[in-house]
Design a protein around this ligand. Structure first.
Ligand SMILES: [Zn+2]
Length: 297
């Protein structure tokens, strides 16, 4: 089980000119021991874990050459099969290339390297709206509604961080407007108000799910088909996306639903009809279900 392979030491495996993090730190500084063995394969096989999360977290270490050969192999195998992670890894390599060029600039002449155009981010505009379940932040990109956050302490900071993590450039809509100026945010605000007033039982809004993993996307798409006033279970969502054993991973994915209320994760409960979890708190889950005529003990 335990192997004692060290991190890659053969510089021929590394892209030419790449400076490893160990070289950056210098040979005399204390460094954490390299991660040993099939760490990633083991981590990705834990029930309830999305392998794409494991892959993405390991990517910085991969581009720096800090992974063990077996972990490198696992990551490459995964990105061979997974277009989402292949794209993510491509972006990490682009970033590493830019950093390497910065390193070269520091040691040669002071001309900053240009960023590749692919690294441009998509604008996401957001506004705060009032609702019976409290203030909500609503964010939309040019492609659709991308985030709804329940207002809480530091809500705007959290919203901006979540949008940035999905590759968006977050911008508040002008505050001097009585209503949100952007059409997409305005449509979402109108439809949410109608829903909370009991005048709407479905949402007619384009959704932008970019920046979520393929697994999470499939969970969210299955959840979006559960109609108003109906319940479904984590297990049934897992079965519908063809991963019948991934009940816990479905729960975790819904816990990170970027567009609650509109993607109705509040309609998903445990198989014994107990509520399960809810990011905004179980009280909000109960209020949303009550609004749809459902009362659970
Ligand atoms: Zn993946």
């Amino acid at each position: 089980m335990m192997t004692t392979t060290d991190g890659p030491t053969d510089s021929a495996q590394m892209p030419r000119g790449r400076v490893t993090s160990r070289e950056r730190r210098g040979p005399h500084e204390l460094t954490e021991p390299p991660i040993r063995g099939d760490h990633l394969m083991v981590a990705a096989s834990v029930p309830g874990i999305d392998p794409c999360d494991v892959a993405c977290e390991a990517m910085p270490a991969h581009v720096l050459g800090d992974l063990t050969p077996s972990d490198d192999h696992w990551l490459i195998d995964h990105t061979d099969d997974c277009r989402y992670c292949a794209n993510e890894l491509h972006r990490f390599h682009q970033t590493a290339d830019v950093l390497d060029r910065c390193h070269d600039v520091c040691t040669t002449q002071m001309t900053p390297p240009s960023l590749p155009p692919q690294m441009r981010r998509y604008l996401a505009q957001y506004a705060q709206i009032d609702s019976p379940i409290g203030l909500l932040f609503v964010a939309a990109s040019g492609a659709g509604l991308c985030e709804i956050d329940f207002a809480q302490d530091e809500a705007e900071t959290i919203l901006r961080r979540r949008l940035a993590a999905r590759g968006f450039d977050p911008r508040p809509l002008p505050a001097d407007e009585e209503r949100p100026a952007d059409r997409m945010v305005e449509d979402a605000a109108t439809q949410l108000t109608e829903y909370f007033q009991g005048q709407r039982d479905h949402f007619d809004l384009p959704l932008d799910l970019s920046g979520v993993t393929p697994f999470t996307r499939s969970v969210l798409e299955a959840t979006a088909t559960v109609p108003f006033g109906r319940l479904d279970t984590y297990r049934s969502i897992a079965e519908r996306i063809g991963k019948p054993r991934a009940t816990r991973a479905v729960g975790n994915a819904l816990g990170r639903n970027p567009i609650p209320v509109v993607v109705p994760c509040h309609r998903i409960v445990r198989s014994d009809a107990s509520l399960g979890g809810y990011t905004g708190g179980l009280q909000i889950k109960q209020r949303l279900l009550a609004l749809e005529g459902i009362t659970l003990a």
